[in-house]
Design a protein around this ligand. Structure first.
Ligand code: DHE
Length: 527
């Protein structure tokens, strides 16, 4: 697939638009060649994105040119972007920064027609057997995403034996999302593909390309709809989940006509809606899906049943705009989905803190002093002394913050051995796991006691190798940790004794996703 990428990106280009050919020629030998040498492998030959984001003027509105130079020189915190100070002269950095703000010779386009043409249905919904082709507990399976060679593995959550390993699209990002019965899972790739996989039959059943540079996808609480969030074009795209038929393209525009990238989209089952985080507009969007005609059964540890409650009268699939006081592009929700805790990244207020918005009234109810770029998307929650708390790592600070979700006060800041990316727990476990993702201690993982709010253990599974991202089994008794290396592994731990039990070799395993925990909206995992 990676070899096909240049061909695919070339196919997206429409005839010349704004920039003059002479301008292109004048800069090309210098900046263009530098770009192809140093940047194209991650950001795409045509600047349309790859593992890294698209680098076009329309996608850089919140980044000042001087800041762009600093990113090229020093790298970008909390991303895969390295600094190029050792390879590039100052004037080369300046020319590269100019280059990415230039309009492309041809404008990329990915609208209705392109989406419709990209759709591939391998097996129509309902055409494959309804029984699993394996003996394992279908609710205790894991999907493991292996980013090293772009594969995914279906793993038995009781024996930890792989059941199926298959090739995925290029650079999956964000969590794969299950249907509520746990039979199907949807993957999103950074280059815009949505893949639907039938777990029972271990087959890819349908695919569609929703955008050129995509962030993530969400599946409605009833499993009937899929929404995709794009950086390029600036759109949200709605699909019928059965065969990934296109339903609607939402151009993302503010009241003043200004367009915005979409940072991410989430499903909020108790509200019966999708919630989108916008990168360039100070708004949160809520888009409701149709309410069920049959009563929905309450599941798992959800504080409220999955039966949606509507406080707002917005018509199905219509956008409700919620104006907010800042750009909010990283989200955590309380269990009821009554509040969103949001933080801003990549702007003036970068990493200074977060705020709590009541999703019904649209009012800000609290500011959260969380400097150091909290990674709210990795936040988790648990009961502590009769009150609900949440915890978040920080991407640029060696700390974990613990917040009381009633008073919205930071009640504890734990010093860690380096900035972390992911946190995990399970309602049945006394511990929270927090990785160290950046810096010299990337091989460490902290274990935090939920009762004392102290770090009680720091594990080093393999000295010098990055250890990150945990997911528990459905019972909270075992857990998986990634050795995040090309010749890496997934390590099985006993969640009580913290003893290692097994290593399963894998190619740069990133996220692991347990069917039970995800479909039950378990409080210790991401949703
Ligand atoms: Fe992620 C989830 C944003 C970089 C691996 N990441 C998410 C989500 C968001 C997000 C909003 C939640 C969406 C979802 O699950 O549907 N990620 C961002 C960024 O803004 C950031 C910092 C910069 C960027 O390059 O986009 C970023 N993310 C990374 C990485 O560099 C990681 C470590 C490697 C990679 O594969 O790109 C990475 N992100 C992940 C993973 C998840 C994720 C594995 C799902 C975690 C989960 O357990 O649910």
């Amino acid at each position: 697939i990676s070899r096909l990428l240049p061909l695919l990106t070339a196919a997206l280009l429409l005839p010349p638009a704004t920039a003059s050919a002479e301008d292109e020629l004048e800069l090309k030998p210098q900046a263009g060649a530098l770009y192809q040498t140093h940047c194209a492998s991650c950001h795409g030959e045509e600047r349309l994105g790859g593992v890294g984001p698209a680098l076009l003027p329309g996608n850089l509105s919140r980044l000042k040119p001087a800041a762009a130079e600093a990113v090229i020189r020093d790298g970008r915190a909390a991303s895969q972007m390295p600094g190029f100070a050792a390879q590039l002269e100052e004037d080369q950095i300046t020319r590269l920064a100019e280059w990415i703000y230039r309009e492309p010779g041809v404008q990329p386009s990915w609208g209705r027609d392109e989406i419709l043409t990209s759709q591939v249905v391998h097996h129509r919904d309902g055409s494959l057997p309804d029984e699993p082709r394996f003996d394992a507990d279908p609710l205790n399976l894991f999907i493991v995403v292996e980013t090293g060679d772009h594969h995914a593995t279906l793993l038995d959550g009781d024996t930890f034996e792989p059941l199926h390993r298959f090739e995925t699209r290029y650079a999956l990002h964000g969590g794969p999302k299950y249907t509520p019965d746990g039979r199907h899972v949807f993957f999103g790739s950074r280059d815009g593909w949505i893949t639907k996989y039938d777990i029972y039959n271990m087959e890819v059943v349908a695919e569609v390309r929703a955008g050129i540079n995509m962030r993530n996808i969400a599946v409605s609480g009833d499993g009937r709809y899929v929404m995709a969030a794009n950086y390029l074009p600036h759109s949200l795209v709605l699909f019928d989940a059965h065969n990934l038929d296109l339903m609607k393209v939402y151009p993302v525009l503010g009241e003043d006509g200004e367009s915005s990238r979409v940072s991410a989209v989430y499903a909020a089952p108790p509200r019966g809606s999708f919630i989108a985080a916008l990168k360039d507009i100070e708004e949160v969007w809520e888009i409701p899906w149709p309410l069920p005609t049959e009563p929905v059964v309450s599941t798992g540890h959800m504080a409220t049943p999955l039966a949606p409650q509507r406080a707002h009268d917005t018509a199905n699939f219509r956008v409700r705009r919620i104006p907010v006081p800042d750009y909010l592009d990283d989200f955590f929700f309380d269990l009821e989905y009554a509040h969103v805790i949001g933080a801003s990244r990549g702007g003036e207020s970068d990493g200074q803190g977060g705020m709590v918005i009541n999703l019904d009234s649209g009012e800000k109810v609290a500011d959260l002093p969380l400097e150091g770029m909290p990674h709210l998307g990795s936040g988790i929650t648990w009961e502590h002394e009769g009150r609900r708390v949440m915890a978040t790592p920080h991407l640029t600070r060696a700390a974990v913050s613990i917040i009381d979700m009633t008073s919205w006060e930071v009640i504890r800041t734990l010093e860690t051995d380096g900035p972390g990316f992911f946190m995990r727990s399970h309602a049945n476990s006394p511990y929270v796991w927090a990785d160290v993702f950046f810096g010299p201690n990337r091989d460490r993982v902290h274990v935090i006691d939920k009762a004392s709010l102290e770090i009680v253990e720091t594990l080093i599974p393999e000295p010098g190798k990055t250890a990150a991202h945990v997911e528990f089994d459905r019972y909270g008794e075992k857990l998986l940790l990634s050795l995040w290396e090309d010749d890496g592994a997934v390590i099985v731990y006993d969640a009580e004794s913290l003893e290692e039990e097994k290593r399963i070799p894998m190619s740069k395993p990133s996220g692991k996703y347990n069917v039970w925990n995800k479909t039950r909206y378990e409080e210790g995992t991401s949703h």
